[in-house]
Design a binder for this molecule. Structure first.
Ligand code: B16
Ligand code: MG
Length: 226
């Protein structure tokens, strides 16, 4: 057996599943989050820009609101006020998501998912978003995944490992069988806390806690030997 083949065999055995973060890995919803939060921020007289929006990647809706409110100087907001603001944002955001279609997928997403499936790997979603089912439906991606773990089944957001541990449980696999693909540092920390290897993309690429770094999602099949 040559070195390349040996490498492929050991890598193939190493992972039985790939767990994908959704926003920032399979699709990009930043602009919709931005527009929806901007409407709230403008109404409350809060400064909000795309740099602040970038800090919201991978964190929950309520934590996102708390980050936006760091610049708020108006009258004290009760928990009910905050809940109302978060659900207003979500209504606007869901309306904007209806503009999404399979055209919004990155050029190599479908071919990568197909190669991984053909290679015998199980695929799952591990997303903090409660809107993951709607996004998957809009993108025509639902049938690619054996399990979806998202904001609807977790109590604690990334960097807590719960979303990935639940994905592994839904797949019936051990954490060490799963490779996580993430674009947020909070997600890479969540994978490490779950005892899973991770491949970092985008903002998280080069992060020292990640096991691998990817320039493009298309590098994934070779990495896992699919
Ligand atoms: P929702 P991911 C995350 O999704 C987003 O990156 C983050 O910006 C958002 O606040 C969070 O989902 C919650 O989303 O308001 O739709 O429940 O990157 O974990 O797929
Ligand atoms: Mg993400």
């Amino acid at each position: 057996m040559n070195a390349l083949l040996r490498g492929r065999v050991s890598l193939t055995v190493k992972y039985r599943a790939v767990i994908f973060d959704l926003d920032g890995v399979l699709c990009h919803t930043d602009k919709y989050h931005y527009l929806a939060w901007k409407q709230i921020a403008d109404r409350l007289g809060i400064y909000f820009d795309e740099q602040i929006n970038n800090r919201l990647r991978g964190v929950s809706r309520m934590e996102s609101l708390n980050i936006i409110l760091e610049k708020y100087t108006g009258p004290l907001l009760s928990n009910e006020d905050k809940e109302r603001l978060a659900s207003e944002k979500n209504e606007t955001y869901r309306k904007l998501l209806m503009q999404m279609s399979p055209k919004d997928l990155g050029p190599n997403v479908l071919s990568t998912l197909e190669r991984l499936r053909k290679g015998g790997l199980k695929l799952a979603i591990g997303s903090s978003s409660k809107n993951a089912p709607l996004i998957l439906e809009r993108l025509g991606l639902k049938h690619y995944f054996d399990a979806v773990s998202d904001g609807n089944n977790i109590q604690y957001s990334k960097p807590h490992p719960q979303v990935f541990l639940m994905a592994a449980e839904y797949l019936g696999l051990k954490p060490q069988d799963c490779l996580v693909v993430e674009d947020a540092k909070a997600g890479i920390r969540a994978a490490a806390a779950a005892g899973m290897d991770s491949a970092a993309m985008g903002d998280a690429a080069g992060y020292e806690l990640a096991t691998y770094s990817l320039k493009d999602i298309a590098e994934l099949p070779e990495l896992v030997g699919a």
